[in-house]
Ligand binder design. Structure first.
Ligand code: PMP
Length: 359
C-alpha cells in the first residue's frame, strides 16, 4: 500500500489539495551546492561518455578506504536499490529463499517475488525493542536458504541493531554458510556510531549495500554501491554491462565531492533529524502513541493498540497528511510510519493532525 498511498497523494495534489508528505524517505533539503557544482564542472569537462561498469576507480578507492577494503571489493550502482536488486538476483536467480526480519523495507519482499525466490519473514516486535530472536532465525534456515537481509539502521523503525545480536546473526550465517546482505544506507547518518557487518570478522561472503541518497540528499541522482568479495563484484559488473553500463561519470564525480565533504554534510543532516525526531517523540508521547526512540533518520514507527493503520492512513490523507500504513512493512496493522522528511513547519502541522486524528 506504500506506493498506492503515494499515487493517491500525488493525485490529490494535482487536484489542488495541499498534502503534507510524510510518506516517503525523500528528504526536503536540497543536494548540497558543492555536489551540484562538482557535477556541473565534470559535465563541462566532457565527462559525459560511457565508462567502466565497475565505476570510476577514484571513487571506488575512496569508498574502499572508508570501509577498510580494496577498490576491487567495490562496484558502483545506480542507487542502493540496484545494489540490492542485483545482489538478490545473482544469489537467488536459480531459486532459494531469503530470511527478511520485519518490519522491512517494502522492496526486499517485492524483489524476492520478482526473481521467483521465496521470502521467509522473521517478525520482530516493538515491545522487545525490535530485537531479532537468534533461535527463531536459526530455526527458519533450511537447505534452500541463500541469504539473510539486514537493514541497519532499520527503515521503518530507525532502530540500530545491538552489537550482540549482529554478532549472533553473523555467527549463525557463517555456521550455515549463508550470505548476509547488510543494507547500511542509513548507517553514516545514525545518531551514534553504528557498526557495519564488516566489523564482525572479515568473512568475505557477506555483502554491504550502501548509497548516497540519504547521507548526501541525493535521492534523484541514483548512485549507490556494493562492497563484497572480488568474485561477486565481477558478477555484478557483468550485470551492469548488460543493463545500464555505468552510472554517469559526472554523477560519480559529484558523489566523490560528497565523500570529500562527508563529515560536515553528515553532521548537518544528523543534527536536523535529531531535532525532528525529538519533536515527533514529544508530540506522539503526549498523545499516547507507543514507539521506540529513533537511533537514526528519517522515520518513526508508532503504534496504538487497536488501530487499523490502513484505515487511519486513508482518513489522514483526507485531512491532508500522507503517512505509510504499518502493513507496508509486514504484519503491523496497528502501526504507521511517519517520514520526517518535510520542511519543519509541515512536520509540526502534520504531527498535530496525526495526533488530532486519533482523539
Ligand atoms: N534501502 C532502504 C532501507 C531504503 O529505505 C531505501 C530508500 N528508501 C533504499 C535502500 C534505496 O535507496 P537508493 O536506491 O536511493 O540508494
Amino acid at each position: 500500500m506504500l506506493y498506492e498511498i503515494n499515487e493517491k497523494a500525488l493525485k490529490l495534489e494535482s487536484e489542488g489539495k495541499k498534502i503534507i508528505r510524510l510518506n516517503l524517505g525523500d528528504p526536503d533539503m536540497t543536494t548540497p551546492p558543492e555536489i551540484v557544482e562538482a557535477a556541473y564542472a565534470a559535465m563541462k569537462a566532457g565527462k559525459t561518455k560511457y565508462s567502466s561498469s565497475y565505476g570510476e576507480l577514484k571513487l571506488r578507492q575512496k569508498i574502499a578506504e572508508i570501509h577498510g577494503v580494496k577498490a576491487e571489493n567495490v562496484v558502483i550502482t545506480p542507487g542502493s536499490k540496484w545494489a540490492i536488486f542485483s545482489t538478490m538476483f545473482l544469489t537467488m536467480k536459480n531459486g532459494g529463499n531469503v530470511i527478511i526480519p520485519t518490519p522491512y523495507w517494502t522492496a526486499y519482499d517485492l524483489i524476492t517475488k520478482s526473481i521467483g525466490a521465496q521470502s521467509k519473514l522473521l517478525k520482530t516486535e516493538m515491545e522487545t525493542g525490535w530485537k531479532v530472536d537468534l533461535d527463531a532465525l536459526e530455526n527458519l534456515i533450511d537447505s534452500e536458504t541463500k541469504m539473510i537481509i539486514l537493514n541497519n539502521p532499520n527503515n521503518p523503525t530507525s532502530k540500530v541493531m545491538d552489537d550482540k545480536t549482529l554478532e549472533g546473526i553473523v555467527e549463525i550465517a557463517n555456521k550455515k554458510d549463508i550470505i548476509v546482505l547488510s543494507d547500511e544506507v542509513y548507517g553514516a547518518i545514525a545518531f551514534n556510531k553504528t557498526k557495519s557487518i564488516l566489523d564482525y570478522g572479515s568473512d568475505s561472503k557477506h555483502i554491504i549495500s550502501n548509497g548516497f541518497s540519504k547521507t548526501f540528499t541525493m535521492t534523484g541522482w541514483r548512485i549507490g554501491y556494493i562492497v563484497a568479495n572480488k568474485m561477486f563484484i565481477d558478477q555484478v559488473t557483468k550485470l551492469n554491462q548488460i543493463t545500464f553500463n555505468n552510472v554517469p561519470v559526472f554523477i560519480q564525480e559529484a558523489a566523490m565531492k560528497g565523500l570529500e565533504l562527508h563529515k560536515q554534510i553528515a553532521e548537518n543532516i544528523k543534527a536536523k533529524y535529531r531535532q525532528r525526531a525529538d519533536l515527533a517523540s514529544k508530540k506522539l508521547s503526549a498523545t499516547g502513541f507507543k514507539f521506540t526512540q529513533p537511533d537514526a533518520p528519517f522515520y518513526v514507527f508508532p503504534k496504538r493498540d487497536g488501530l487499523d493503520g490502513e484505515k487511519f492512513t486513508l482518513d489522514l490523507l483526507d485531512r491532508g497528511v500522507a503517512v505509510a500504513p504499518g502493513t507496508s512493512f509486514g504484519d503491523y496493522r496497528e502501526h504507521f510510519r511517519i517520514s520526517l522528511t518535510a520542511p519543519d513547519n509541515e512536520i509540526e502541522t502534520g504531527l498535530d493532525k496525526i495526533c488530532e486524528a486519533t482523539q
